[in-house]
Ligand binder design. Sequence first.
Ligand SMILES: [Zn+2]
Length: 546
Amino acid sequence: MYRILCALLLLSPFVSAQKISKSDKNIAGYLQQQVSYLASDELKGRRAGDPGELAAANFIASKFTEIGLVPKGDNNAYFQFFSINDGKMIDPASRFLVNGKPLASGFDFFPLSNSPKGSAKAEISPTLNEKGQPWMIDLAESFEENKNNPHFDLNNLLLEKTKTAASKGAPSVIFFNSVSGEDKIKFDTKDRSEPLPIAAIYLTEKGRTRYFSDLSSSYSIDFSVSVTPKMRQARNVVGYIDNGAALTIVIGAHFDHLGYGEDGNSMIRTGEPAIHNGADDNASGTASMIELAFLMKKSKAKQYNYLFIAFSAEELGLNGSKFFVENPTISLNSVNYMINMDMVGRMNDSTKTITVGGYGTSPNWKTMIDGIKKKTFTLRYDSSGSGPSDHTSFYRKDIPVLFFFTGLHTDYHKPSDDADKINYTGMVQIIRFIQQLIENDKTSQKLVFTKTREQQTTTSARFSVSMGIMPDYSYPGNGVRVDGVSDNRPAKKAGILAGDIVKQLGEHKTSSVEAYMQALSKFKKGDKTTAVVNRGDKELNFTIEF
Ligand SMILES: [Zn+2]
């Protein structure tokens, strides 16, 4: 589960008590085995792109093989690979020679993390800056001036100094600090700040003392630097039951989790990093998806094909499901609907209530759910097709979705989300419910799709206003990429569209979703401001009225 929010609309009162059958008992046993393995310390929290995620993917693929699913990933195999952004790195080809001697990249020098690509070959003097030549800028004075300034913004200083140099004809700049001490400037792999207008290098203290020992003499320099995205590879696991039908039902669950919380998505921010086992989130949904594959393979219901997908990198912003819908291995037109299970392992035995999201995405859901005779729990409906998990990606492609969720708990996104806290018989009930839902529909007809309201991401009490946009949390660039806009909300009224990148609100730069949230908190109802937005290569201004 990615972001946590749920608006609850209706309450369905039908609950009937039931004895557990032998086959359900067996299923509960299999679920427990699978969750216990997936949520074991051995898999180190299944962080997307890490070895634990690969081990989990291999486990799921081995289950798919056992069931006899047809591989539907890349090249007739189960895995569908995709890259995820892991921040920035110094291009290994970056080099810097001074008087013919090479400096060590990352130690003696590095390009600033928001520097564009640049190169130069020149004869320069550190104390004399000329038009058309790389400038060398000593930061010692600025550091001295600001040493007691609590609002000192180093990145802004570098940006301003680079802009000034560029306006005076410098093609690139080399920053250094002539006063010895700790290097204050580091290469920031997570940088999202505004790109500098010209290439900028930082010469570390080591580099300065070794290669520019006399700041009054002149040096022949030759450099070529660039910053590139750092990637890691993740994979979805995709298996298929081909019944030769025209339409396919997608059944999905994400199998990745937070690892040690390296990506900043843990609820625990202090203390020693610990493995986040993610038993409920989402070993529970993964194991349920595998068991549904077993059941549907044996099922007599053959009016649809079934596609089972274990998504990766959900926790980073639904990356795996977004990648799948952009690169589907079956035609998306043939998808009848998508069922998502995320955090289905904590059914409360006394309240016996589960949340079903996406209820508004098709008028057919009501009839189909009413048709299920053996309801063993109470349903709470959330109409929205978008929400904090992978069904959102399918909803955005106009596919009806249902999202099963047993609710939040105090172990959410904490190392204590463990296998011994899971309600396995509760999971069996959800699996049986979904099985009936699928098998009861003998029409072989496509469900009707309806658009629902977008779920708001800014409902926290800190905000008195919102724009009505759904930010793309996986967007790695500078600004907030808009995934969707809600009807009758300020962004839509102003003319902002999905795909736009919001760079600024009023005087506040919105370089990331966090910065955007910060900016929003500065406004109140009735305020008017200007949003600076990039659309393609155009920069546009929109008047926002909150
Ligand atoms: Zn989660």
